[in-house]
Design a protein around this ligand. Structure first.
Ligand code: NAD
Length: 363
């Protein structure tokens, strides 16, 4: 662990367990441990993976873990003391409360998209504003929808210059393991008042982008779909747009020949590739959907796997904040190689740090 950056995971749910696994695959990072509130199946699996488990309220929870046969390495405060940086992946609003602890211990912390921009003053997307996070103490990695929008908007803005973007988000109602929020037998404008918060959230990363968003919640758990309409300066050819998107391995243009027609197909591809948890960390843009009209308005559909697209962004954010990397493209390439992003190589072909495996945009 000596010269690796030591990362602590406070909050080990949908996002936290994925960030922990991704940290464990980086050759410049070491996972200090994960904090759990109770000994559920995720705690047993974490123990099997060799992760040190720390209890959130150790005095109260310690005996419960002991009774469950799980060894606790200490309290989450002890875990944080040992770390160079904390990733707080607790539910919305808890991260804001935890900030006082990180301040007390003098530890830099990453917060997730459920927290407000004002908590950190810096909202992060690797492609769009990596440099802003370099050396910073507190940074927020934007939510799943905003991360995917930032990737796409940045790719198009840097290639052509955006005049205006209008996006309708069709949102999954809940994560697959969530029994509190579904099933929803309806299409729910969410929120009914327009625009939705996603546009301002993109502007928290790229303030100069003129963007308006609307969101509808639908009864599915697999992934979100965005219907995107962006007017740009000039009138690029359709092929110019395809080429501009293709430059970024975290944007995956699904070729028509793959026969992937829905979010079900996108997620099945993740499973067929044998990716951990069946995740698809790339924006999946249907190549067939990309079109440009005579006024330079670009339209397309993209699918977004809400559980995993923010994971590589967290890894790059750790590198930026701790000074492990100063060059966004180098950090992103390293992250992508380690996680198998942008390649059709089956996961079993990846050694832990994916040395020598080049990430190539798959199509
Ligand atoms: P989750 O509910 O799946 O996991 C949160 C975990 O934190 C749970 O295991 C919970 O027991 C634990 N926890 C609760 N209180 C805690 C505390 N005080 N200290 C330590 N651990 C505590 O939540 P999630 O979906 O992983 O979301 C985490 C963050 O990521 C939120 O800000 C959310 O908005 C954001 N996010 C979620 C998604 C998604 O689709 N699930 C996508 C992108 C970003």
């Amino acid at each position: 662990m000596a010269d690796k950056i030591k990362v602590a995971l406070n909050g080990y749910g949908t996002i936290g367990k994925r960030v922990a696994d991704a940290v464990a695959r980086q050759d410049d990072m070491a996972l200090v441990g994960i904090a759990k509130t109770r000994p559920d199946y995720e705690a047993y699996v974490a123990a099997e993976k060799g992760y040190d488990i720390y209890a959130v309220d150790a005095a109260k929870a310690g005996p419960v873990f002991k009774e469950a046969g799980l060894q606790i390495a200490g309290s989450n405060e002890e875990m944080i003391r040992k770390a160079d940086i904390v990733v707080d992946a607790t539910p919305k609003g808890i991260g804001a409360k935890n900030k006082a602890l990180y301040e007390k211990l003098g530890k830099p912390a990453i917060f997730e998209g459920g927290e407000k921009h004002e908590l950190t003053g810096i909202s992060f997307n690797a492609a769009a504003n990596f440099d802003e996070a370099i050396g910073k103490q507190y940074v927020r990695v934007v939510s799943c929808n905003t991360s995917a929008l930032c990737r796409l908007v940045y790719a198009i803005d840097s290639a052509f210059g955006i005049r205006h973007a209008h996006v309708t988000l069709v949102r999954r109602a809940a994560d697959p393991d969530d029994i509190k929020k579904g099933p929803v037998n309806a299409i729910v404008p969410d929120p009914i008042t327009l625009p939705s918060h996603h546009g301002p959230d993109v502007q928290s990363v790229m303030p100069h982008i003129d963007i308006v968003t609307a969101a509808l919640k639908v009864p599915t758990t697999l992934a979100h779909v965005h219907s995107v309409s962006i007017s740009v300066k000039g009138t690029p050819l359709r092929q110019d747009v395809v080429d501009a998107l293709r430059k970024w391995p975290r944007i995956w243009l699904i070729p028509p020949l793959y026969g992937i027609k829905s979010t079900a197909g996108v997620m099945e591809l993740g499973r067929v590739l044998g990716r951990p948890k069946g995740d698809m960390m790339e924006n999946a843009v249907w190549e067939e959907s990309v079109s440009v009209d005579k006024n330079g308005n670009i339209s397309l559909f993209q699918a977004v796997h809400q559980e995993s697209d923010v994971i590589p962004e967290n890894i790059d954010c750790i590198r930026a904040m701790t000074g492990l990397a100063k060059d966004k493209l180098k950090s992103m390439a390293k992250t992508d190689r380690s996680l198998g992003i942008g390649t059709l190589k089956p996961w079993r072909d990846f050694p832990p740090h994916a040395e020598g495996v080049e990430a190539v945009t798959a199509r």
